[in-house]
Design a protein around this ligand. Structure first.
Ligand code: TMP
Length: 213
């Protein structure tokens, strides 16, 4: 007797720097696994690949790169992991991803040299997330958080433009979450949304879509 394979869900957390995404992604994956839902935490940039290493050096100001070139490297860093992403989803594992193509556009297009529509092009056709959660935190509140300012883009005027670009990318399917609350309260809210979404099972019989097509 044949059985329809249940694929994992592709879930993305987005937001400005220091909005709490990394902590929340980690807690979400732990909670899903504890509840018997196979899940993995991924992040972009994935700094452990050769491309990701160059991106990481750029972010840490160890090297300079043309704005177009670094945008394409961020994008290539996603494309190089697509085969593994699709395989993992096919095997029934849900992926919780800390940043994706939306960061690619929101951050690159905050630079005066790069056009918003041009920035989208290199990510057209990537696996489309089934669920996008946007952690909304004001630029002033983010700047108060520890370690702010360590990396290249952590400056208030830049982050304001990033937030405007996110607003331009958002559609009704995005879930916008107030990230100003405490870590545990935010976790409970995200966990409830994600668990309901995964258990509803809408994605199980659906192929993974293609972004911006
Ligand atoms: P992280 O702090 O989440 O590791 O992200 C590193 C920085 O890289 C953050 O400032 C957002 C930025 N970024 C881009 O500029 N383009 C991208 O495509 C991604 C994924 C992140």
């Amino acid at each position: 007797m044949s059985r329809i394979a249940r694929r994992g869900a592709l879930i993305v957390l987005e937001g400005c720097d220091r909005s709490g995404k990394t902590t929340q992604c980690r807690k979400l994956v732990d909670a899903l696994n504890t509840d018997g839902i196979p899940a993995q935490l991924w992040r972009f940039p994935e700094r452990d690949t050769a491309i990701g290493q160059v991106v990481s050096d750029y972010l840490e100001r160890k090297c300079e790169l043309d704005d177009h070139a670094v945008h394409l490297l961020f994008s290539a860093n996603r494309w190089e992991l697509v085969p593994k992403m699709l395989e993992t989803l096919k095997n029934g594992t849900t992926l919780v991803i800390d940043r994706y193509a939306f960061s690619g556009v929101a951050f690159s297009a905050a630079k005066e040299s790069l056009d918003f529509e041009w920035c989208k092009k290199s990510d057209v056709g990537l696996p489309r997330p089934d669920l996008i959660l946007y952690l909304n935190l004001g630029v002033e509140a983010a700047a108060q958080r520890s370690e702010y300012g360590g990396e290249r883009y952590e400056q208030k005027p830049f982050q304001k433009r990033v937030a405007e670009n996110y607003a331009a990318l958002m559609d009704d399917d995005w879930k916008v979450i107030d990230a100003a609350k405490g870590i545990n309260e935010l976790h409970d809210e995200l966990k409830s949304i994600v668990k309901n979404f995964v258990l509803k099972g809408d994605v199980h019989g659906e192929p993974v879509g293609k972004l911006w097509t």
